[in-house]
Design a binder for this molecule. Structure first.
Ligand SMILES: NC(=O)c1ccc[n+]([C@@H]2O[C@H](COP(=O)([O-])OP(=O)(O)OC[C@H]3O[C@@H](n4cnc5c(N)ncnc54)[C@H](OP(=O)(O)O)[C@@H]3O)[C@@H](O)[C@H]2O)c1
Length: 292
């Protein structure tokens, strides 16, 4: 039997390259990068997918840099919203499922209380969050068969062909390696998930019934407390933790952010997640980090 052809956009990005590495034997990936089609031109994005041979589209490309989205709202809107919608329309027109990668940032100023469930009202004060929330809402309103995965902040380390986006582990590791005191936010709570959980469970994820799902290992700690936990797991003494992991008490002091996602729905469907502390241990074990 021939393998499922998975068109994967942003194919050389962090999460897409990890997914391809982990699932190379299970699927025939059709990698799509900047050089194939530029998502700042939405009509070209739609045309490209109308002519492509694929069974399911994993749409991972985005301009996920918050400062780019604030600095170029129109250009990043074309990439993050308009192209995503054109790709979704092309998928729907051909009876193919789109898997859209959304984000916890849809909830960074939501009216309710964290942890947020899939149907909770969104609210976001960042352009990046607003753009993802707009595309996310369009998919839910207009498509019959889709998956939306709202990811927490993902973390991991570099592997051959995989270059991680900045994450809690690389940020703390950089502080520890350089011996450079680094501030981490006290007024922020978010979930942080080992990225291998996503890559390793792709087949089960692709089999989920149509709908939106939160994908996040649970975390009761602030970002500052999370960074302290990581530093300890990396082997720092209490004195080193105190010197290198500094409390940033200013950011969001006026309105602390808590945009943790509840993962009960996806866990009930059989997808394994854990806690942030579990995930740090899992990751360090995978990468052969000596025990603290
Ligand atoms: N990492 C996280 O913690 C996290 C959390 C929540 C959601 N997400 C979402 O997950 C997805 C993957 O994230 P990531 O961390 O792996 O991001 P990444 O490493 O920055 O990868 C994004 C990819 O998008 C492609 N891209 C950007 N602009 C493009 C354009 N105009 N035309 C074509 N391709 C374009 C880039 O392609 P080139 O390499 O060719 O430039 C890049 O490879 C994104 O949708 C992101 O919003 C990530």
């Amino acid at each position: 039997m021939s393998k499922t052809r998975v068109a994967i956009t942003g194919a050389n990005g962090y999460l897409a390259s990890l997914i391809r590495l982990y699932n190379a034997d299970s699927y025939e990936f059709v990698p799509i990068s900047h050089t194939d089609v530029d998502f700042s031109r939405p009509s070209e994005a739609g045309r490209f997918f109308e002519g492509l041979d694929f069974d399911v589209c994993l749409h991972m490309a985005a301009d996920a840099t918050t400062s780019h989205c604030e600095g170029d709202p129109e250009g990043t809107h074309r990439v993050n919203v308009e192209s995503a919608i054109e790709i979704a329309k092309a998928c729907e027109g051909r009876g193919r499922r789109i898997v859209f990668i959304s984000t916890e940032q849809c909830f960074n100023a939501a009216p309710g209380e964290a942890p947020f469930a899939e149907d909770d009202e969104m609210g976001t004060v960042t352009r990046y969050g607003q753009q993802k929330a707009e595309a996310d809402a369009w998919m839910r309103e207009n498509l019959d068969d889709y998956l939306i995965l709202r990811l927490s902040w993902m973390f991991g380390l570099a592997m051959p062909g995989v270059r991680p986006s900045p994450n809690i582990l690389t940020n703390v590791l950089a502080a520890v390696r350089a011996g450079r005191p680094t501030p981490f936010r006290v007024n922020e709570r978010r979930n942080m998930t080992y990225a291998q959980r996503l890559a390793g469970q792709l087949p089960a994820i692709l089999s989920l019934p149509s709908g939106a799902y939160h994908f996040a290992s649970q975390n009761g700690l602030t970002t500052y407390e999370s960074a302290r936990l990581v530093a300890r797991r990396l082997g720092c003494t209490d004195a080193e933790v105190a010197r290198l992991v500094l409390p940033d008490e200013e950011t969001y002091a006026e309105r602390p952010r808590d945009f943790r996602l509840a993962s009960d729905k996806i866990e009930a469907a059989g997808i394994g997640l854990g806690t942030f502390a579990d995930d740090v241990d899992l990751c360090l074990r995978d990468f052969g980090w000596p025990k603290a």
